[in-house]
Design a protein around this ligand. Structure first.
Ligand code: GLN
Length: 190
């Protein structure tokens, strides 16, 4: 299975190494032909408004929309979750959200970079040991539709969710050195 990591802006490198560590063939995706070649995709954290502009500039909006509509296995982390959301509050008017996950998310909802934090996150699907959630200018998921399964919460709010082939988390799983979420995505998602 070949898994792409969108590498236009943001934290692609550690996702690529995490995917390789769990046995996936991982490639950076910057062009439509690279996107066409993958069985799954990670949309990394970074800056969703910039990633959105870069998708436009690189001719990736339509190809990505088509692959997502076709049921591509996708994991959006932080800014990537915003790209997958149905609605984004406090975003830019022109920023893309593909509506793959039936969620509404508020951008930068915990405050600025200085309000970044770590928190233990129990995730039943990953076993008894909690994950370390690293939240960097993260969004808050304010609404989940009926088709969305919530896999982890922090203070009652969804921080990891899944709707069919689409997964989203508001934290940075690639920064904690814990490979379990990447492994689960590869094993169950692809
Ligand atoms: N605040 C960023 C955005 O709006 C997301 C931050 C992140 O991905 N760590 O896209």
């Amino acid at each position: 299975m070949k898994v792409g990591v969108l590498a236009l802006q943001g934290a692609a490198g550690l996702h690529l190494s995490a995917l390789r560590s769990v046995g996936a063939a991982a490639i950076a995706v910057r062009r439509p032909d690279e996107l066409a070649d993958v069985d799954g995709l990670i949309l990394p954290g970074g800056e969703s408004t910039t990633i959105s502009m870069m998708l436009d500039a690189n001719g990736l909006v339509e190809p990505l929309a088509e692959r997502l509509a076709g049921g591509l296995a996708v994991l959006g982390t932080c800014a990537g979750l915003l790209l997958l959301a149905a609605q984004v509050t406090d975003g830019r008017d022109d920023q893309r959200c593909f509506g793959t996950l039936d969620i509404s998310a508020r951008r930068n909802a915990y405050g600025p970079q200085t309000e970044s934090f770590e928190a233990p996150l129990p995730v039943a699907a990953l076993g008894p040991e909690p994950m370390t959630g690293i939240f960097i200018r993260s969004p808050i998921v304010e609404r989940t539709g009926p088709g969305v399964e919530v896999l982890a919460r922090l203070d009652g709010r969804p921080v990891l969710c899944r709707q069919g082939a689409a997964w989203g988390c508001t934290f940075h799983p690639e920064l904690s050195g814990d490979l379990r979420l990447h492994r689960l995505f590869c094993e169950e998602g692809l």
